[in-house]
Write a protein that binds this ligand. Structure first.
Ligand code: SF4
Length: 81
């Protein structure tokens, strides 16, 4: 009986750790992304920019749809932060 209780407790502790780690991962991803409104603004500026070639910025070489998602990225010409 004691062994069964230990196994159940161990299983529950693993589930709690898994949920905790999963929540931290989601939190970090959301911290790195701009809001949908800012994302649309950034992409809109890029689409009207003279440096865009296809989906890429000819100055930095990045795909503007990917680059615009992250708060760590900036426009190399200072058109958006
Ligand atoms: S990142 Fe800046 S320079 Fe590059 S396409 Fe967008 S607005 Fe233009």
């Amino acid at each position: 009986m004691k062994l069964r209780k230990k196994i159940v407790n161990y299983y529950h502790s693993l589930v709690r750790r898994y949920k905790y780690l999963r929540s931290i991962k989601s939190f970090n991803i959301f911290l790195l992304l701009v809001t949908p409104k800012d994302y649309e603004k950034r992409v809109g500026v890029c689409l009207g920019c003279k440096y865009i070639e296809g989906n890429d910025c000819s100055v930095c070489g990045c795909n503007v749809y990917d680059k615009s998602k992250y708060i760590t990225e900036v426009c190399p010409k200072g058109k958006w932060l």
